[in-house]
Design a protein. Structure first.
Length: 313
């Protein structure tokens, strides 16, 4: 929808910012900022573009069909091999639980080791695939011991129901949809702390140069939204359920740390992902990625929300 409220009296109405939003709990700060009118209060008009995945949002940004995108940091790590001008300007949230591994009990799976020799579907080249690889290694399962089936996000639940695959590794809310579809046949396998996803706000250097003031307003609105989430979690959950047309409990919020930030752990994660991408053949360049620090632009957040940046450059 287009937020068309007037800017504060005396302020010129800003050109609309297009923001591609990955559908899910990870985007809660954006949903809150919209519902509470925080964008308008900062004097900025924002047009939200729904995407089924961060990859879909990132592709809109790559094709200049949006000004900003929300996605996991992995996509920027992969993109660093191309020498593009994409940059993370903030992390909206972090989570070790947003990606889950859902299996069918009828496939004979009762424990993590039961996945050996099974067919596991995930979305290739995404944080879900990265999580799956790390999860398997943690449980001492060679990824070569499973049959990884690449599917689109909207194909996963149906494939699991039709018994075409034995398990899926996928983010919320698709993981919960799979659990509901399988009912008693569903098994949610434990997710140790194998991967911390940094759900990020991404744009390109051209937008940063042209819309610096508007991006700062956007960041201030999102910081206000995250304070709302911390102060009123029940109300924030209502906003999320209304947006996703679901009925999840407050435990879903506990799976995320909603804090607008840029931390050193982001670089460490992206460095590991870049090396993983080379091993997986996900990038054409078999050498080193570009300067990952260039893939992060902290100046906007540093000015908009003092104290939010702890990144060492």
């Amino acid at each position: 929808m287009i937020l068309s409220a007037l800017a504060p009296v005396g302020a010129a109405r800003a050109e609309e910012l297009r923001l591609a939003v990955s559908r899910g709990p990870v985007s809660l700060p954006i949903y809150v900022a919209e519902s509470q009118g925080y964008f308008e209060r900062e004097g900025i008009a924002v047009h939200l573009q729904d995407c089924t995945s961060g990859r879909g949002c990132f592709q809109l940004l790559a094709h200049k069909q949006t000004d900003l995108a929300t996605a996991a940091e992995l996509l920027v790590a992969l993109d660093s091999f191309t020498g593009s001008d994409m940059a993370i300007i903030a992390t909206l949230s972090s989570s070790t639980q947003v990606i889950k591994l859902v299996a069918r009990r009828s496939a004979g799976i009762e424990t993590p080791r039961g996945l050996r020799g099974k067919r596991i579907a995930t979305v290739r080249g995404t944080s879900a695939q990265y999580f799956l690889d790390r999860w398997l290694v943690f449980h001492e399962i060679d990824p070569k011991q499973v049959d990884i089936v690449p599917l689109a996000p909207d194909q996963l639940v149906a494939a699991l129901q039709r018994r075409e695959v034995d398990a899926i590794a996928i983010w919320e809310p698709i993981a919960s949809a799979a659990m509901a579809a399988l009912a008693q046949d569903a098994l949610l396998l434990p997710s140790p702390r194998v991967y911390v996803q940094h759900f990020s706000l991404i744009t390109n250097r051209q937008v940063i140069a042209q819309r610096e003031a508007d991006l700062a307003k956007l960041l201030r609105a999102l910081e206000r939204a995250e304070r709302f989430i911390a102060a009123q979690p029940a109300r924030a959950m209502q906003i999320l359920n209304a947006r996703l047309q679901g009925n999840d409990g407050l435990d879903k919020l506990l799976e995320h740390v909603f804090r607008l930030t840029l931390e050193q752990s982001l670089i460490a994660t992206m460095d590991g992902q870049a090396r993983w991408a080379i091993r997986q053949g996900l990038v054409q360049n078999s050498g080193n990625p570009g300067n990952l620090l260039r893939s992060i632009e902290p100046s906007l957040l540093r000015k908009a929300v003092p104290g939010a940046v702890s990144l060492v450059q």
